[in-house]
Design a protein around this ligand. Structure first.
Ligand code: NAD
Length: 352
């Protein structure tokens, strides 16, 4: 069995679905079900005995420890986090609580459990920490892409707390010998993405006839990776990654935010044309995010060369699949756009 934290969120749910589509090894999915956690993402697993869901908080070390001893997982894959940069600016405390303290509690529980193992079980155990390229800070237009040796320079409360968690994971390897691996990935997109993030926000707003809010000039650059390619990278690192190492994961696909929005509008114009005009007419530039990093770019040569991983999707194929998924899954979007989501939208745009 593998133990996944945050498996009801965007990447975690895609990972659990992918894992169980490719393997019979069961998954214990441990998730607090914050606004970002959604069991509807896993509805296709209803009645599948290989998926065990437990509601819980990664700050609850005793609960985690009890589950580890009961289920004896061979690996922990740690996705659980507060993940939205804009929310970290409005309310950073939750980010420290979950991303820093929560990762610490999880590491403590994992260490206790791992130290109790013997022989091959102990040797083969893995703690795989899922992190972000945002820990490296920002790049100028002609800077080299982030590699695994780039110095950490996080600029937002979100990236600072993820950086802190990466350091804790590293320290648990160097200090206690815990067999850890870390991946630092670029921006993901794909099915089950909560519509506060750029790509699903644009798709859902466009279809609802609302403004498409673009921060500042929209020329901030991000590397984008289709979520299922991230999942395959995680599986590969779990299988063959060298202990204590970090692996950057990216799609060699730098895009300005504005060009992402334009491409989405063009796809929607083709797949669900408006009665009149283009979805591009709905684009509205809004005040830039404070401390907004200008450019992220990932050098993914290490994982490609060492582990033979490569993304399967191009941005064109991945984005088309994503738009098609949202067009076919209105019910999912309606459900996540109620309650907490509406409160957030009201808070975010109250000054606009
Ligand atoms: P998400 O916000 O969609 O999901 C996070 C999940 O964690 C939710 O299901 C939530 O309920 C759960 N959770 C939050 N706090 C918890 C707690 N205290 N205890 C237990 N569960 C808790 O996030 P995501 O986009 O799926 O990201 C998953 C991981 O990947 C995060 O660690 C994030 O930093 C990292 N990451 C994300 C991206 C991206 O583009 N989304 C890119 C690189 C890395």
């Amino acid at each position: 069995m593998i133990f996944v934290t945050g498996g009801a969120g965007f990447i975690g749910a895609n990972f659990v679905l992918d894992w169980l589509a490719q393997s019979d090894e069961s998954v214990l999915n441990y998730d607090k079900l914050t606004y970002a956690g959604n069991l509807n993402n896993l509805a296709s697993l209803n009645n599948d005995a290989r998926h065990v869901f437990v509601k819980g908080d990664i700050n609850d070390s005793a609960h985690l420890c009890g589950l580890f001893f009961e289920y004896q997982p061979r690996a922990i894959i740690h996705f659980a986090a507060e993940s939205h940069v804009d929310r970290s600016i409005v309310g950073p405390a939750a980010f420290v609580t979950t991303n820093v303290n929560g990762t610490f509690s999880l590491l403590e529980a994992a260490r206790t459990y791992w130290q109790s193992l013997e022989g091959e079980d102990k040797e083969n155990f893995r703690f795989l920490h899922i992190s972000t390229d945002e820990v490296y800070g920002t790049l100028a237009a002609d800077d080299a892409a982030f590699s695994e040796t780039t110095a950490y320079a996080p600029n937002s409360p979100y990236s600072a707390t993820k950086a802190a968690s990466d350091h804790l994971v590293r320290a648990y390897h160097h200090t206690y010998g815990l067999p850890v691996l870390t991946t630092n990935c670029s921006n993901n997109y794909g099915p089950y993405h909560f519509p506060e993030k750029l790509i699903p926000l644009m798709i859902t707003n466009a279809r609802a006839g609302k403004d498409l809010p673009v921060y500042g000039d929209g020329l901030q650059v991000r590397d984008w990776l289709y979520v299922k390619d991230h999942c395959s990278a995680i599986r590969r690192v779990l299988e063959a990654g060298r202990l204590g190492e970090t692996y950057n994961v990216g799609g060699w696909n730098e895009q300005t935010n504005l060009s992402v929005v334009h491409t989405l509008c063009e796809l929607l114009d083709e797949l669900q044309p408006k009665a009149q005009g283009s979805y591009k007419d709905q684009i509205k530039h809004i005040t830039d995010r404070p401390g907004h990093d200008r450019r992220y770019a990932i050098d993914a040569r290490k994982i490609e060369k060492e582990l033979g991983w490569k993304p399967q999707e191009t941005f064109t194929t991945g984005l088309r699949k994503t738009v098609e998924w949202y067009l076919a899954n209105d019910e999912w979007t309606k459900q996540v756009q109620s309650g907490e989501y509406l409160k957030w939208v009201a808070l975010q745009y109250e000054d606009e």
